[in-house]
Design a protein around this ligand. Sequence first.
Ligand code: ZN
Length: 269
Amino acid sequence: MTESKQNSWCGRHDKPREFAKHQPIICYDKPASALVSKEEYDNKRYEALTGELVETLVVPKREARTWTMLTGDLCRITVHEGSQVGDVNFWNLDNRQERFYSGKTRQLHGAHLRVYDRLWSCLPYLRPMATFVFDTLAQYGIDEDGGALHDVIGTRCDDYTYKLITGQERVGSCHSSLVKAVVEERGMTEQDVHDVWNIFMCTGFTRDTEQYFCKPSPAQKGDFIEFIADMNLLVALSACPQGDVSIPVGVQVPDEKCHPLKVEIFRKK
Ligand SMILES: [Zn+2]
């Protein structure tokens, strides 16, 4: 449609319409339960890390694994071989209908989670499932393009979108890895997999077109994050087949760009 035709259809004329200007209003200005006591969570972290290491597992590159946590357990996820991003799903261990709600978490805290932010469950529960307590990459902050780490923007890479972009069938995404892990390890289904917490991934929206972008992850060997379970949890983690995300979706990712992720669970004695 030509612009003039579109304008006449909309009843518009040459003069641009003017809108009143307003300051942004933070919609959900931190409910009390979204603000944790830093001292309380630092203490929980200390008690867990000085307690027992109850489980260690490695999520192989391009695969996913699941594990469980009890309330108060601390989970450390380490980039122990090389730069790598991960996609995490959470369910209430005792009621899998209650699962992570990335959209509301984004509205309550921000598009990228920072230490002492919480991960919230879906409606009608809307409870904190876990609290982010440590990040070796915290100093990255928000970069000059608005990029930051550990987002709750993205959904998870999946083979359906890959087909839209490339026209090709494939099984090799965080979605397919998470589905395989929950089906084989927990007897769950594809419908149980949901939008993720994108750990170690650097993402944002372009300023001019507000398009989702990513940058290569700044995580290096030895970097880690930690969170504490606020309820008994079932957790699934995919070591993303995009590796450090330095190559756009649709382009073949060389094997050396992909690495495993190490998971450790610490419990208070
Ligand atoms: Zn992925």
